[in-house]
Design a protein around this ligand. Structure first.
Ligand code: 1WB
Ligand code: MN
Length: 344
């Protein structure tokens, strides 16, 4: 058997300018639930960072230890994205400028290592028209591979028409938007504030799952039928819920509580979404997701540096899948969705 190409699709990085700006956000008056995590990573005084795992070093270092570890573990590629909350906690001008800077630096990394790094471009949803322009620049000039969005912006979601200028741009560019979690929006955060539930343990999935269901139920995908959205963490539990979402949505439509849509919810989920395995190293969940939404719709990811590389690559290599299915999950779907050049 030929060697399995591995393209990891939810791999976080940052730049010093964004890290510095987030430090000031963590000291400011925002009521955002993200402050718990942002303070831990960007403004910790023990020099070690959040949970003593030193995520900040892992985020800022791309071409050094990260690449070396990729070599050691035979991981071909990281698809990099500016880590959550991205630029979405800044004012519109700062966010627009920092997104462009991060995209320039990301494009440089990808150009230096074209077979090892690809990248998702950041953009500032706070300024939708400028975001659309940055998207065009990121794809046409910088040759980046898609976009990263960290769920809500100022507690608002993509079904809000104010954001449609950049959804139109992404659709026209045939570039997928990866919706990564951040902490739950203001209205959703109440019971998630205790016991560490704000973060990846639970709150992140509730936030992005809610975002994705809003997009489907609002009828957004009738407006943007070719828009592709990627969500991580084995689809933020939606594959497991999709039968019930579909059934109950059709009842809500009949009762006039949900807008009429051209397709059913499960049809939108299969047509407009792909999912990644980030942070869910569970063969049973992988098998179920492939059977439920199709082998073309599931992509492998690590979630570095929040998850270690080694168990994630062992997870995909040892997955009980036939060779063709495994190749799709490990690299072929990523090549198709994110326009990454296949190996000759
Ligand atoms: C963690 C996980 C933190 C993720 C993150 O900060 C992200 C964590 C942005 O485990 O604390 C993630 O992407 O799963
Ligand atoms: Mn992640």
């Amino acid at each position: 058997m030929t060697k399995l190409r591995t393209i990891a699709t939810e791999e976080a990085f940052s730049i010093p300018e964004v890290a510095e700006a987030l430090k000031y956000v963590s000291r400011g008056p925002s009521q955002s639930l993200d402050k718990l995590l942002v303070k831990g990573i960007y403004d910790s005084n023990d020099g070690k960072g959040y949970d003593a795992l030193n995520f900040l070093d892992g985020l800022l270092d791309v071409e050094g230890r990260r690449l070396k570890q990729m070599d050691e573990l035979d991981i071909d590629m990281h698809l990099l994205s500016l880590t959550a909350p991205g630029v979405q906690m800044f004012d519109a001008d700062t966010a627009t400028d920092l997104a462009a800077l991060a995209n320039d630096l990301l494009a440089d990394i990808c150009k230096r290592h074209p077979t090892r790094f690809a990248g998702l471009a950041a953009f500032a949803p706070q300024s939708p028209k400028r975001a659309a322009k940055e998207m065009e620049r990121a794809i046409n000039d910088l040759k980046l591979n898609g976009f990263i969005l960290n769920s809500h912006t100022n507690d608002e979601y993509l079904d809000d028409p104010k954001y449609w200028p950049f959804l139109e741009a992404a659709e026209a560019l045939d570039a997928c938007i990866y919706i990564h979690p951040r902490a739950a929006s203001y209205g959703l955060k109440g019971p998630l504030q205790d016991y560490g539930m704000d973060s990846a343990m639970w709150g992140y999935g509730v936030e992005v799952g809610t975002h994705a269901v809003r997009m489907m139920t609002s009828g957004l995908f009738d407006k943007f039928p070719k828009l592709k959205i990627c969500i991580g963490h084995m689809g933020e539990a939606i594959p497991f819920w999709i039968w019930r979402i579909t059934f109950m949505n059709s009842r809500a439509q009949e009762g006039g509580r949900s807008p009429k849509t051209e397709l059913t919810m499960d049809e939108y989920f299969k047509r407009n979404f792909v999912i990644t395995t980030s942070g869910v190293e569970d063969h049973l969940a992988l098998d179920y997701s492939i059977k439920k939404i199709g082998a073309d719709n599931v992509l492998w990811a690590i979630d570095y540096p929040y998850q270690p590389m080694k168990p994630a690559v062992e997870f995909i290599r040892s997955a009980p899948l036939d060779d063709e299915t495994k190749a799709k999950v490990a690299h072929k779907n990523a090549e198709r969705i994110f326009h990454i050049r296949p190996l000759d």
